[in-house]
Design a binder for this molecule. Structure first.
Ligand SMILES: [Zn+2]
Length: 268
């Protein structure tokens, strides 16, 4: 028997209006492609690292924003699409793609202690043609060589870009995020801060994250994104000097060919 047209219409409306449900298989495959050889996919349960440690995909917990920062699972980490390219809008409240970092996952990838992370670092010359300093970066997954490719791109930019790049704010630094007990991405040797002077950080602004501010040119952002680094200037809790190697977010954005229609408020 043929289904009545009204049934199909209702079904269609449900499908259109339903929130995008994460697909564990897709997400886990993206992680495997982003971090080759680091782990095995264990069904839909999560990722199995050498030594048997399982990083669960979905811990089944309902979380508010604070809990997403403090105790995210892999599903949470990939839940907010990272907007590739030039974002025409400023981020919506608490739209922070990349700030939900499951610590056990990053420790398993880059080192479980400061000593373990340090054993895998290598100095990378920052802007060598301009006499920049050396930054310590992880050699895992070629993060160090990816940064060198970024630097080669940055060196093709004109002299008007120098003030955004020199002196850099830093690379590896085993430290908690300001005002929290969570380890920063700098602790794993996967993050770089460009020049602090022309940058904006929500914690330093009189109105905090309420008033988005940025002076970093899009040309710099595009060079980093091409090599798998995300930019903290696309977060509601903006940190415009901050770039971080997060190939899973860049890959997911490319695969979904996500337009730059990040949920957001209009530019002022
Ligand atoms: Zn930073």
């Amino acid at each position: 028997m043929k289904k009545p047209a009204s049934f199909l219409l209702v079904l269609g409306l449900i499908l259109v209006s339903a929130p995008v449900r994460p697909d564990p298989e897709d997400d886990l495959a993206i992680l495997a492609a982003a971090y080759p050889g680091a782990f095995e996919i264990d069904g839909e349960r999560g990722l199995r690292f050498p030594g048997g440690i399982l990083i669960p995909y979905d811990d089944g917990k309902e979380k508010d924003f604070a809990a997403l920062l403090d105790d995210p699972d892999l599903e949470d980490m990939l839940s907010l699409p990272y907007p590739l390219g030039e974002a025409g809008m400023f981020p919506a409240r608490n739209y922070d793609p990349g700030r939900f970092r499951p610590h056990a996952f990053f420790r398993a990838l880059y080192g479980g202690s400061e000593e373990e992370v340090r054993a895998r670092l290598r100095p990378v010359q920052w802007m060598p043609s301009l006499g920049g300093p050396r930054l310590l970066m992880s050699t895992r997954f070629g993060v160090d060589t990816k940064l060198e490719a970024v630097i080669a791109g940055l060196e093709t930019l004109g002299p008007e870009y120098r003030r955004y790049l020199l002196p850099p704010g830093g690379g590896f630094n085993y430290r908690p995020i300001a005002g929290s007990r969570r380890l920063s991405a700098h602790s794993f040797g996967i993050a770089v801060d460009i020049a602090v002077g022309p940058s904006h950080y929500w914690q330093w602004e009189p109105r905090g994250a309420e008033e988005y501010r940025n002076a970093i040119p899009q040309a710099i952002v595009a060079i980093f994104e091409k090599q798998g680094f995300i930019w903290g200037g696309k977060w509601y809790h903006f940190d415009t000097m901050h770039f971080e190697y997060r190939p899973e977010l860049i890959l997911k954005a490319r695969l979904s060919a996500h337009p730059v229609s990040q949920p957001g408020r209009r530019a002022r």
